[in-house]
Design a protein around this ligand. Structure first.
Ligand code: ADP
Ligand code: SR1
Ligand code: MG
Length: 425
């Protein structure tokens, strides 16, 4: 395999060879200052599941270099994975960045043969949101920023804004990211519902709970519906992996990274990933509570953030729709939907369906993080396994009920009340 890769112009880099690469790459060298290249500080910081990420600092500047190797880092080379994911990540960063530059890092350089992206270093005090949630830090602008990011990236890549011809061009381009979508199909929509090699749970505490998921016919019927929707519904260019580990934050800045799973899919997959991961963070809080901080106020802040995120997203998305209703979008042609009563009925129907999709996908994402392959640090960092399992069980039971009953919810406030009903206090 290595020889074939080399023929395609690919070499996997390390800290030392990255210096040589940077010296030979003007777009990166310029960012760091060409006279400082002999004294670079380079650190590999990839704590994600798939790739290698290097922070490169000089006295004059900084870059992040991310390289995809032909396998999944979490598992190793026994699970091969296309390096082309780097191309889709760079393309999606550029497209989403053009629509929402405030919340997407700039791409400085892309090398397709090397599966390598050079991008803005999202500097400290930014940290990964998931880590901030574990630490109990409040982010007052998170809901506003994420609502803005989701409304802009999803609206402007949908048929509400684009012609069907342009939309299909986008769909065709990202259809090629099928291998990444297949990974999601497997680890989100299939493996948790059957005995699968990489599934795990907090054993023995959750063994029966995982078995119950695999034996729950009602749940299986619902997840089948969502799986088909995930594959068939080319609604917008979605990020594809919008969990709290793909967002870097300070109290006044929010940056979305890592869209290597991007494709034209259901909008609710992104919204659900974000909200579902906030719900996981909520259920993990009891495991992080201590004498100094019972986390009760923080749990309320998370719930408020979930509520605000959906409500602000709803408002911003419908505002964009109204603003551009006479533009090129071909889903609701002005000659047909030109009376405000009819348009507002169409919007209500669209947003209700999107709400139920978001709840379904969010719940599916919660379930996979508890009984599937890739668990989340929110729970994994709770050392006491029995305590961890009881947090996870509440999250799992909540997710199952949302997945099955999603169509009954009429507002995010009702969902919040439902989530709270699974807690001890
Ligand atoms: P993977 O694709 O393997 O999931 P990520 O894109 O999530 O990798 O990146 C892994 C880690 O690298 C992140 O958790 C973050 O700490 C760091 N990172 C990634 N991109 C940047 C960036 N542009 N600026 C600063 N740190 C980054
Ligand atoms: C092998 S599954 C790895 C997971 O990590 C990524 O962040 C995606 O969520 C993927 O499902
Ligand atoms: Mg990641």
């Amino acid at each position: 395999m290595a020889a074939a890769e080399e023929q395609q112009g690919f070499r996997s880099l390390d800290e030392a060879s990255l210096v040589t690469y940077i010296k030979a790459t003007p777009a990166l060298a310029a960012r760091l200052g060409s006279q400082y290249l002999d004294a670079l500080t380079i650190k590999e910081v990839g704590d994600g599941n798939l790739n290698f990420v290097y922070i490169v600092l000089s006295d004059a500047g900084s870059v992040v270099v991310k390289q995809a190797l032909p396998y999944i880092r979490l598992v190793g080379d026994s699970w091969p994975m296309t390096r082309e994911r780097a191309y889709f990540e760079a393309s999606a960063l550029q497209k989403h960045g053009s629509l929402c530059s405030e919340h997407v890092p700039e791409v400085y350089h892309f090398d397709r043969a090397m599966s390598l992206i050079g991008m803005r270093y999202i500097e400290p005090p930014h940290i990964i949101l998931r880590k901030g949630l574990i630490a109990g830090i409040e982010y007052p602008l998170l809901a506003e920023h994420m609502a803005d990011y989701m409304a802009k990236t999803l609206f402007f890549t949908s048929l509400l804004y684009n012609s069907t011809t342009d939309h299909k061009k986008g769909v065709a381009q990202y259809c090629e990211n099928a291998e990444m979508s297949r990974l999601t199909e497997q680890v989100v929509f299939s493996d948790p519902y059957m005995a699968a090699k990489y599934n795990r749970c907090t054993s023995p505490f959750l063994d029966k709970d995982a078995e119950a998921v695999r034996g729950d016919d009602e749940l299986k019927l619902e997840i089948a519906e969502l799986k088909s929707r995930f594959i068939e519904r080319a609604q917008a260019l979605v990020h594809g992996d919008l969990h709290t580990g793909s967002i870097m934050v300070t109290t006044d800045s929010t940056q979305v990274i890592d869209p290597e799973f991007a494709f034209y899919g259901p909008m609710g997959f992104d919204i659900g990933a974000f909200l579902g991961n906030l719900i996981l963070a909520f259920f993990s809080q009891d495991g992080h509570a201590d004498q100094a901080n019972d986390r009760k106020a923080y749990k309320l802040w998370i719930l408020k953030t979930i509520e605000d995120s959906w409500n602000l997203f709803h408002k911003k998305f419908v505002d964009l729709w109204n603003k551009h209703k006479d533009g090129n979008g071909e889903a609701y042609l002005p000659p047909i939907y030109n009376n405000s009563e009819l348009l507002s009925l169409a919007q209500k129907k669209y947003m209700t369906s999107l709400f139920h999709d978001s709840l379904g996908f969010g719940a599916a994402k919660m379930i996979r993080r508890i009984v599937g392959i890739a668990h989340v640090e929110d729970f994994e960092s709770i050392e006491d396994a029995s305590k961890r399992a009881s947090c996870e069980r509440r999250a799992l039971d909540c997710a199952k009920s949302i997945l099955k009953g999603r169509r009954q919810f009429e507002s995010i406030e009702q969902v919040i009340v439902h989530v709270q009903s699974f807690t001890r206090d």
